[in-house]
Design a protein around this ligand. Sequence first.
Ligand SMILES: NC(=O)c1ccc[n+]([C@@H]2O[C@H](COP(=O)([O-])OP(=O)(O)OC[C@H]3O[C@@H](n4cnc5c(N)ncnc54)[C@H](O)[C@@H]3O)[C@@H](O)[C@H]2O)c1
Length: 251
Amino acid sequence: MILQDKVVLITGGTSGIGRATAIAYAQQQAKVVIVGRRIDEGEETVRLIKEAGGEAIFVQADVTKEADVKAMVDKAVSVFGRLDIAFNNAGTVGENPSLIEQTEAEYERTMNVNIKGVWLSMKHEIAQMLKQGSGSIVNMASTVGFVAYPIQPLYAASKHAVVGLTKAAALQYAKAGIRINAVGPAAIQTDMLEAATGGQDEAKAYITGLHPIGRIGTPLEVANAVLFLSSDLASFVTGETLMVDGGYVAQ
Ligand SMILES: NC(=O)c1ccc[n+]([C@@H]2O[C@H](COP(=O)([O-])OP(=O)(O)OC[C@H]3O[C@@H](n4cnc5c(N)ncnc54)[C@H](O)[C@@H]3O)[C@@H](O)[C@H]2O)c1
C-alpha cells in the first residue's frame, strides 16, 4: 500500500486509460482528483470509485486553458491539502490520417491538447510540488513518441514533443525532489482506438498484427505502469518514457 493516502490528480480521467488509472489508484487507497471536460463521465468515474470504497472528486477543466489548469491544482490542494502525484493523460488524435488532408484547426487542437495541455499541467503541478519539496509526475506519450505509424503525422509530432518535454522538465527539477516520467502505450482498447479504426474489425486486425505480443493492450496494463512510475518503487527513475507496447518499438 505504498500509494495509500497519496493525493493523485489525473487529467482526462473521464474515460479510457485515465478512468482505469483513477480506479487503480483508488484501489491502492490513494485520494483521486479526476479532471476532464465532461461532467457526467467525470461524476461516473467518481461513482465507480466511491462504490468500491475509494475516495475521489471530479474537477471540470479544459487542459488547454491556463485558468482551468491552475484551478484544478488549487482544488486538489484545497480539498486534500497537497498534490503528491499527477498523471497528465488528456490527449486527442486528429480526424484525418493523411498529412495533406490535415487542417490548421486540427493542428491547433492536437498541439494544444497534447503539448500545451501537458506543459500547462506540469507548470502548475510543479509549482505546488516545489512548495512541498516532493512530487511525481507521469505524462502520457505513446509509441509514436518514439517511432511513427504511417498515419496521423501531427499526432506523432505531438507525442514526440511530450517525450522531449518530459526529459527537459525531469532534468530541471531532479534536485528538487520531483520525478517526471512518461508512459508510451501502443494500441490500447479505448474509445480513441475505436474512433481511429472506425470500429472496423479489419482495421483492428491490422493494428493487432503490428504488436509482437499478438494483441492490443488494456487500459489497466497502462495504469499499472503509471502506478509503478509514480510510486517510490521507481525512486531512481526520472526523465524516462516506459513503453507499454507489447514489444512494438523493440521490432
Ligand atoms: N488508446 C490508445 O491506443 C493510445 C495509445 C497511446 C497513447 N494514448 C494516449 O492515451 C491518452 C488517453 O487516451 P484514451 O485512449 O484513454 O482515449 P480517451 O479518448 O478515452 O481519453 C482521452 C481523454 O482526454 C480528454 N481530453 C481531451 N481533450 C481534453 C481537454 N482539452 N481537456 C481535458 N481533457 C481532455 C478526453 O475527454 C478523454 O477523457 C491520450 O493522451 C492518448 O493520446 C492512447
